[in-house]
Design a protein around this ligand. Structure first.
Ligand code: OGA
Ligand code: MN
Length: 200
């Protein structure tokens, strides 16, 4: 497989510190295409209140999590989904070929955090389902996200907390099984695609 520097950076980050931040994983043009896909779904009023737990055991709990989500279907042929899954599938092929991660499934949703919402500290794996291996968050906000907008992702590591702002085009990838994290309250709408690469 041909060497890909971005994917190598991702692997190095995951192996050495269980997380990695990649700026410009998506270009400004790509972000605007993905964001349009999200806004189409929003205008169709297809976003749903997020829940806690997996699909067989889910509860809506406002005090824990306030975002709205829409699950992406790779078969649905929109420019946004074609672009997004092409990039993710390339990454998965690279991970499986070079580090034998055994990623066999994936699931992704658009996420919208309205003003005042947050997602309290949590782990992305469920008690009854441990297949999530890597969490991926792709931020679709306009440029110049200011610190006072809040909405930072905080990853809790033994070596100290890591704070990551949801900058346009930035992607954060982290170990779903070990890293607790939270989304701090946002002061304005926060857009992303979030999902998981899973083992069988
Ligand atoms: C999640 C999550 C982080 C983020 O949806 O499980 O932790 O930065 N998202 O949006
Ligand atoms: Mn999470």
């Amino acid at each position: 497989m041909e060497r890909n520097e971005t994917f190598e950076t991702i692997i190095e980050g995951i192996v050495n510190k269980q997380y990695v931040v990649v700026d410009d994983f998506f270009s400004a043009e790509e972000v605007s295409l993905l964001k349009n896909g999200l806004l189409d779904v929003l205008h169709q009023q297809a976003f749903k209140k997020s829940a806690i737990g997996n699909r067989t055991d889910e509860k809506v709990i406002e005090a824990i999590r306030g975002d709205y989500i829409f699950w992406l279907d790779e078969q649905t042929d929109t420019p946004a989904s074609a672009l997004f899954f092409k990039k993710v599938n390339d990454l998965v092929a690279y991970l499986n070929a070079t580090c034998f991660l055994g990623i066999a499934e994936k699931e992704f949703h658009y996420a919208l955090y309205p003003e005042g919402t947050f997602y309290k500290r949590h782990l992305d794996v469920f008690q009854n389902d441990q297949r999530r291996r890597l969490s991926l968050v792709c931020y679709l906000n306009d440029e110049n996200w200011l610190p006072e907008f809040g909405g930072e992702l905080v990853i809790y590591k033994d070596s100290g907390d890591v704070t990551i702002f949801p900058e346009r085009g930035r992607v954060v990838i982290f170990d779903s099984q070990t890293l607790e994290h939270e989304v701090k309250p946002v002061q304005q709408k926060r857009y992303s695609i979030t999902g998981w690469l899973k083992t069988r």
